[in-house]
Write a protein that binds this ligand. Structure first.
Ligand code: AQP
Length: 336
């Protein structure tokens, strides 16, 4: 029997999962779980890249794990685990750090954007080193598991390229160490935008809660957030991300959740106004969130989650240890 192709991915536990994370990542994990062998983790080590309150972090980790299942990941099909519970992630990350250059990390747009945010907070003296080096932890997250594909949003494309470069570099230097992964970017919704500033990506750590929809938001709040989403004064429903970023973002959200192509959505909304568009977006988002939240509140206090996470962490450890043992041998760290 032909074995399944493997995928690995994770979401950073900096806040509650957003609609952007859902459309850009989780929705696809759910779709692909039948076809692929999947390793999906709660990226808690990535969450300490910038300062985070410890109680908040703890809460985020559990909530994210429960949300993965509430969104439809089947614990019998997908390995969902907590990143820090597989120690090899940090071990390999150090080895990759020693095989990378500051120049290539400095070129990462996410580093430029996120360090700019720190500067905007008047913290010019405080750009955490982890902000520069986290793409290497991400590369380790991937390379440990020899995946065929890494499902990501557009914003992470550059990090996958870095991962591939590092893997090729180390393969050339030490012999065949790593499998070169391919990125897997969804056709629709690979970048859901901020509702208040639609030229920026929707982010769970944004300081303005009106700019994102969290999967655990109260439906009444969601309604308000969508109603106050920034559009333009043209009152023309057309997909044009450059000139009409706000309207295009609503079209993309609707298209993804209603499972319709952008063309079909444009046709459906032709001759309609923005009020109508927003109401339809509210409907599809509310249906989704209600379903997720019902499952979430049933799950969050059950013991099942810990059992599922532990079983999957064991599966992940098995692969990660095998890979690390090979790496240690090939680069000369193993003296025996
Ligand atoms: N707005 C988005 N649209 C589509 N996909 C998105 N992803 C994130 N935001 C969007 C995808 O979700 C996965 C996990 O992302 P992450 O949380 O690990 O990192 P991130 O991209 O930095 O996401 P956030 O929400 O913006 O986090 P913070 O606020 O902590 O920086 C990835 O596949 C990502 O592409």
């Amino acid at each position: 029997m032909k074995s399944k192709k493997r995928m690995v991915s994770g979401i950073t536990a900096t806040g509650t999962v957003t609609l952007g994370n859902y459309i850009g990542a989780i929705k696809n994990f759910v779709k692909l779980q039948e076809e692929f062998e999947m390793y999906i983790f709660v990226a808690n080590l990535h969450a300490i890249t910038t300062p985070i309150d410890k109680l908040k972090l703890r809460e985020n980790i559990k909530s994210m794990a429960a949300l993965y299942f509430a969104c439809g990941l089947d614990p019998n099909k997908v390995n969902v685990f907590i990143q820090s519970e597989v120690l090899e992630h940090t071990q390999l990350s150090w080895i990759l750090t020693c095989n990378s250059t500051i120049g290539e990390l400095n070129r990462m747009t996410q580093f430029k954007d996120k360090s700019q945010k720190q500067k905007n907070k008047n913290r010019t003296d405080y750009i955490p080193t982890g902000l520069l080096t986290y793409p290497l932890l991400m590369a380790a997250d991937i390379l440990l598991y020899e995946p065929d594909y890494v499902p990501v949003g557009k914003d992470q494309k550059q990090h996958i390229e870095l991962t591939r470069n590092l893997a090729e570099r180390m393969n050339n230097k030490y012999g065949n160490l790593f499998k070169i992964p391919e990125e897997y970017i969804p056709e629709v919704g690979s970048k859901i935008m901020d509702l208040q500033n639609p030229t920026n990506k929707m982010s769970k750590s944004s300081e303005n809660p009106k700019s994102y929809i969290s999967l655990l938001d109260d439906i009444k709040i969601v309604e308000k957030k969508i109603k106050s989403a920034v559009t333009d004064s043209e009152n023309l429903i057309k997909y044009d991300p450059i000139n009409k970023p706000g309207v295009s973002n609503l079209i993309v959200i609707y298209s993804s959740l209603a499972n319709k192509s952008i063309k079909e959505v444009e046709l459906f909304f032709s001759n309609k106004d923005y009020g109508f568009l927003k109401n339809e977006v509210i409907k599809v988002v509310s249906i989704l969130l209600k379903e997720i939240q019902d499952k979430y509140y049933n799950l969050i206090n059950s013991n099942d989650i810990e059992t599922w996470l532990e079983k999957s962490a064991n599966n992940a450890r098995y692969l990660a240890r095998k890979k690390m043992s090979k790496v240690m041998d090939k680069i000369g760290l193993n003296y025996k």
